[in-house]
Design a protein around this ligand. Structure first.
Ligand code: BGP
Length: 501
C-alpha cells in the first residue's frame, strides 16, 4: 500500500474532564461531570469490566504535567493533539466574565505543544457544561447557544494563533442519547422532549461557532485557510442478513438516526426527516426559529471528525422474536425500528465492543460520497485491563494489533480516494473513562493511578506508533516485531528518567 502523505496528521486525542484534574484550582468552578462523579461515586470489585465512577478532581493531572506530556508526545513523534478545553475553567461564573487564569492555562498548554512540534486540535464542547449553565437549562435550551457564542469567540481570539484545525463538538450522538434520552451520563435528563431540544440547540450552536470562526478570521486571529469541523461517532450499519429486505430497511433507518441526524444539520445545513417527525410528535414547533434555520444553512462546517470504534450489525425487530443466541443483549438507538445485534460469531473487546476494522475504509467512502468533506479519524482505540511487566512497562501487543489494523484501513481508504487528512487515536495516556473509570485503559502511555504518584510509564504501543510515524506506513500484520517495541519501551523507561517521572 502507498505510504501516508508527508503532511498526514498522526495524533492522539483526549478530553479535559477525563485527563486534566485541577478541578478546584485556578479559579475554576464545578461542572456537570464534577457533580455526577461526586454524587454517583462507585468502585466495582477489582478486575470486573463494570462501570467505575471515580473522582476526576485530579484525573491524570494534565493541569500540572502538560509540559512533561508535550515532551513525551515529541518522543512519540506525533504532530497533533486533540484536546477539549474546559468551559468552567474559562467561564466559571457566567457567560460573560472570562477567568484570565483559566485561559492562560490553555495558552501555556498550547505553547508547550507547539514548542514540541505538536499542533493543538481543539474541540470546543465535549459533554461537560458548567453548573451555572445547567441551571439556565444547559444543552437543551437557548441559553446554551448564547453562552456557546462567547466561549467560541474567546477561544478563537486567544488560541487561534496556535492552530488551523478546530471542531465544534464531540459526539453529540453519544452525549444526547446517554445524557438526555437516558440517565447514564450527566445531566441525566432521561426525557425524549429534552433530547430533541438538545439536538436542535447543539446543531444551532455549531452554526453560531462558524459565524464566530469567520469573524475571527476577518480580524486576523485565525489563519484564512483554517478549518472548523464537527466530530461524530457514526457506526456503519451492517445488515444482519444482507439478503433480507427487512434487515436492509432497518439499516437505512439506523443510518437516518445514527448518521444523518447528527451530521446533516451542520454539514448539509438542514435537519433530516426523522427530526421533523419528532418535532411534530412531541409538539416542539415552538422551539424552531426560522432565522436559526437560515443561520444553519448559511454556516455549514468544513470538516468531519469521525470517532470509529466499531460498526453496528443491524436487524429488523422480527429478529427479536426469533430464537437467536446473542453475545450481548440487542440494543436500539433512538428508534425501535432497527436493532443493534451481537452475533456470537463476531470478535468483541473485554468491554463487549465489536471489532471490525474493515468497516472504517468502507464507512469512510460512504461519508465522502454523502458529504464531500475532508475527513479525520478523531478517536479509535482499545479499552483494556493493562498490566505492567516486571520492568514496569506494559506489553500491549493486543493494542498494537487493534490500532495497526484500523490505521491500515485509513491507508486503504486513502488509496481508494477517500480524503483522510489525519488519524488521532484514543488516547495519549490512561485517563478517566466514562464507562470504565480508571480500570478501562486506552493510553499509549500509562499513568500510575494506583500509587497516586500519577507518574507516566511507556507501553510497547507507544513505540509501535513512533515506528509507523517514522515510516509513514503501517506494519505488515504478519511481521509485527512486538519484542522490538517492548525492548524500546523498557530501554526508554530505564534510561530516560526525566521523561518518566
Ligand atoms: C467516546 C468519547 C470519549 C471516550 C471514548 C471511549 O465516546 O468521546 O470521551 O471516553 O468514547 O469511551 P469509554 O472510555 O467509555 O470506553
Amino acid at each position: 500500500m502507498k505510504k501516508f502523505p508527508k503532511n498526514f496528521i498522526f495524533s492522539t486525542s483526549t478530553c479535559s474532564y477525563q485527563i486534566e484534574g485541577g478541578r478546584l484550582l485556578g479559579g475554576r468552578t464545578h461542572s456537570n461531570w464534577d457533580k455526577f462523579t461526586i454524587d454517583n461515586y462507585y468502585i466495582p470489585p477489582a478486575g470486573e469490566a463494570k462501570r467505575e465512577i471515580a473522582s476526576i478532581d485530579v484525573a491524570a493531572d494534565y493541569y500540572h504535567r502538560y509540559e512533561q506530556d508535550a515532551v513525551i508526545m515529541k518522543e512519540i513523534g506525533v504532530n497533533g493533539f486533540v484536546y477539549n478545553m474546559d468551559w468552567s475553567r474559562i467561564f466559571p461564573h457566567n457567560e460573560n466574565d472570562v477567568n484570565e487564569e483559566g485561559i492562560q492555562f490553555y495558552e501555556n498548554a498550547f505553547k508547550a505543544l507547539v514548542e514540541n512540534g505538536v499542533k493543538p486540535i481543539p474541540i470546543l464542547y465535549h459533554w461537560d457544561s458548567p453548573l451555572w449553565l445547567e441551571k439556565l437549562g444547559g444543552s437543551s435550551s437557548p441559553a446554551f447557544v448564547k453562552a456557546f457564542r462567547n466561549l467560541a469567540k474567546v477561544l478563537f481570539e486567544r488560541l487561534g494563533k496556535y492552530t488551523d484545525i478546530w471542531y465544534v463538538s464531540d459526539e453529540n450522538s453519544s452525549y444526547t442519547t446517554s445524557a438526555y434520552l437516558d440517565d447514564y451520563n450527566p445531566p441525566q435528563k432521561n426525557d425524549e422532549k429534552e433530547f430533541w431540544k438538545a439536538i436542535y440547540y447543539l446543531s444551532i450552536s455549531g452554526a453560531v461557532a462558524k459565524e464566530e470562526f469567520d469573524k475571527a478570521k476577518q480580524k486576523g486571529f485565525i489563519a484564512k485557510d483554517a478549518l472548523l469541523g464537527i466530530d461524530h461517532d457514526w457506526c456503519p450499519a451492517i445488515p444482519y442478513d444482507k439478503n433480507d429486505k427487512d434487515d436492509l430497511k432497518a439499516c437505512d433507518i439506523f443510518n437516518e438516526y445514527n448518521l444523518h441526524l447528527y451530521l446533516d444539520p451542520n454539514i448539509l445545513g438542514e435537519f433530516p426527516n426523522c427530526f421533523w417527525e419528532a418535532i411534530k410528535k412531541f409538539k416542539l414547533e415552538n422551539i424552531i426559529n426560522q432565522a436559526e434555520l437560515k443561520q444553519l444553512k448559511e454556516n455549514t462546517l468544513d470538516l468531519i471528525g469521525w470517532n470509529y470504534y466499531r460498526p453496528a450489525i443491524i436487524a429488523s425487530p422480527k429478529r427479536l422474536k426469533q430464537d437467536i443466541k446473542w453475545h450481548n443483549d440487542p440494543a436500539f438507538f433512538i428508534t425501535k425500528d432497527a436493532w443493534i445485534v451481537f452475533p456470537t460469531t463476531e470478535k468483541y473487546t473485554a468491554w463487549k465492543w465489536l471489532i471490525k476494522p474493515e468497516y472504517l475504509s468502507i464507512g469512510g467512502m460512504d461519508l465522502q460520497n454523502r458529504y464531500h468533506k475532508p475527513l479525520m479519524i478523531l478517536e479509535n482505540g482499545l479499552g483494556y485491563f493493562d498490566v505492567k511487566n516486571n520492568n514496569g512497562i506494559v506489553e500491549d501487543n493486543y493494542r498494537i494489533d487493534y490500532l495497526n489494523d484500523h490505521l491500515k484501513e485509513v491507508q486503504l481508504a486513502i488509496e481508494n480516494g477517500v480524503n483522510f487528512i489525519g488519524y488521532s487515536l484514543w488516547t495519549y495516556c490512561d485517563i478517566f473513562s466514562p464507562s470504565g473509570g480508571y480500570r478501562k485503559k486506552y493510553g499509549l502511555v500509562g499513568v500510575n493511578f494506583e500509587d497516586k504518584t500519577l507518574s507516566r510509564y511507556p507501553k510497547a504501543s507507544m513505540y509501535w506508533y513512533k515506528d509507523v510515524i517514522n515510516k509513514l506506513d503501517t506494519i505488515d500484520s504478519k511481521s509485527i516485531d512486538y519484542q522490538k517495541y517492548i525492548k524500546q519501551a523498557q530501554e526508554s523507561f530505564k534510561t530516560k528518567k526525566s521523561l518518566w517521572k
